[in-house]
Design a protein around this ligand. Sequence first.
Ligand code: AMP
Length: 218
Amino acid sequence: MLKIIVLMGAPGAGKGTQARLLRERLGLPHISTGDMFRAMKESHTPLAEELRLILDSGVLVPDELTIRVVEERTSKPDCRNGYVLDGFPRTPAQADMLETLAAGQGHPLVAVLVDVPFDILEKRVTGRRNCPVCGEIYNVYFKPPKFDEVCDLHPSAKLHRRADDNAETIKTRLATYGQETQPLIEYYERTSRLRRVDGTRGVEAIYADIENAVTGDK
Ligand code: AMP
């Protein structure tokens, strides 16, 4: 299956959880621009400082940098058989770049929208925690760990909360999503490459639909 899978959905829709499962079960690399930027902002460079300001306020990183990061990552050998994009593209310029990239690599592209109503998203985001060791994603409202604030598999690891997962920043992130990213859903729909899955159900039910959508020839 030589495919580029574009996971789409608002912040908190569950793209990261599903991308991790696709990686584990289909062996496709999980490319999350958000994860890459979070790692980059930890270094001690002027760029890191700039990224910290951007990410903490919930606006988008400029297209030029985002595109460069994705070009570099997808040119690695592990992407030869396809990959899962999580959080990219988010703007028309990024979507254009991805068309060129996909054509060059000879991979078809399928976009999957993990659809979750806006009123549920805020709790999904503010309740989100992840394990700093294995990356497992929890939610204090919907998928709590067995013991408060520690990973089920790594009891010595205190769960981490993203700096931008707060009630204030999520407003900007959702507004940015509505303005910049939602038009891309229509674009993939018009070009018959969009599959929609109901993201309000359990993780496994959502995964089953996604796997079906990306492995079938529908
Ligand atoms: P995420 O983990 O996907 O929610 O992304 C976290 C933050 O990283 C976003 O709020 C943006 O500031 C930045 N970011 C991630 N992906 C992109 C992208 N494709 N384009 C621009 N900024 C991005």
